[in-house]
Design a protein around this ligand. Structure first.
Ligand code: HEC
Ligand code: HEC
Length: 284
């Protein structure tokens, strides 16, 4: 019985438990010992080459001079070197010429996305998809115009369309008729009594005879299915006509202010944003 407990006949340590349970002194396998020694050597070499052991005032620096910061700086310098020729070109060209150069447009789209996300998407939505109260930029419908220079102007100086509130000038019936006419126009139709008021009350002065708007002052096209203020229902349209948009001194008016970025962003950044937004809408 006791022989089978030590078939190799290995020497033991002389410790015995539970009557006959002996502790042997077998050597660990050779591969295991080699790995152990190698890892010790690796550790020593690593300590010499790289920053590793903490000291009271810092850490051992290692003879290679490697730091995480240096590695980060090296890779940013590499990126900057790749970007430099593009950035130089964008700086020197007008936005319209950047927009005509496929390679520059490609570069711009990729490099300005983060800036758009930081500074514009809060209001205009990711990718310019719009938010309630803020215009969609990723479509072909423009308040102020989708030409590249106009977009650059919009971003530089900001925009603020103005429509007075008509509440005091309209009876309840007239307000209803105008609302029905505006809603009908957006579907290609008309509402006769409202159409007359549209002319008589001066809506045509800004929105035009055909209701198609006037980009110079940011008066939107009312004869299409795109709405600046949603939901596109009677109540909402009536509210706009009654209280106007950015009407001075009117507490209930709709607010619609595009801030100016000319003093916050560089001209190059604004040009890039203009090219990006122009690509989103791709229109005039
Ligand atoms: C605080 C919210 C806000 C921010 C931030 C903002 N916008 Fe605007 N933007 C508006 C509003 C509101 C309008 C519409 C103004 C109006 O209706 O008169 C507008 C209009 C525009 C227009 C004109 C659209 C048209 O149909 O003519 C462009 C282009 C535009 N914004 C681009 C940008 C870009 C690019 C940025 C980022 C640099 C940006 N906006 C940041 C609120 C914002
Ligand atoms: C002084 C110029 C001006 C006059 C006059 C004017 N509007 Fe406007 N209207 C605007 C502008 C500018 C906007 C867009 C404001 C903005 O988004 O910044 C607007 C917006 C609207 C909208 C919102 C459209 C949408 O897509 O949500 C409606 C509806 C509208 N006007 C109807 C009328 C009617 C009806 C009249 C006549 C009773 C009228 N407007 C008179 C300038 C005018």
């Amino acid at each position: 019985m006791s022989d089978r407990k030590n078939p190799t006949g290995a020497p033991d340590t002389g410790h015995t438990w539970d009557g006959n349970l002996r502790e042997l002194t077998n050597q660990p396998p050779r591969w295991w010992m080699i790995t152990l020694y190698l890892s010790g050597i690796f550790m020593l070499v690593y300590f010499v080459l790289y920053p590793s052991i903490p000291t009271f005032t810092g850490y051992t620096k290692g003879v290679l001079g490697w730091t995480q910061m240096k590695r980060y700086e090296d890779s940013t310098a590499e990126i900057a070197a790749i970007r430099a020729p593009y950035e130089e070109k964008i700086k020197s060209l007008p936005a319209s010429e950047i927009a005509a150069d496929k390679e520059l447009v490609n570069y711009t789209q990729r490099s300005v996305k983060v800036l758009f996300g930081d500074r514009c998407a809060g209001c205009h939505g990711a990718g310019g998809a719009g938010n309630p109260g803020y215009p969609v930029l990723a479509d072909d419908d423009w308040l102020f115009g989708g030409g590249i220079d106009t977009i650059q102007q919009t971003i530089t100086s900001g925009r603020q369309g103005m429509m007075p509130g008509f509440k005091a000038m309209l009876s309840e019936q007239e307000l209803n008729d105008l609302t029905l006419h505006v809603l009908a126009m957006s579907k290609g139709g008309e509402h006769a009594p409202g159409k007359e008021l549209f002319v008589n009350k001066g809506c045509v002065g800004c929105h035009g005879m055909d209701g198609k708007g006037m980009q110079m002052i940011g008066a939107p096209n009312l004869a299409d299915a795109v709405w600046r203020f949603t939901p596109a229902n009677e109540e909402s349209v009536k509210y706009t006509i009654a209280h106007g948009v950015n009407a001075p001194g009117a507490a209930e008016t709709r607010n619609a202010v595009m801030p100016a970025f000319g003093n916050q962003l560089s001209e190059t950044e604004i040009k890039k944003l203009a090219v990006y937004v122009h690509q989103l809408g791709g229109g005039q």
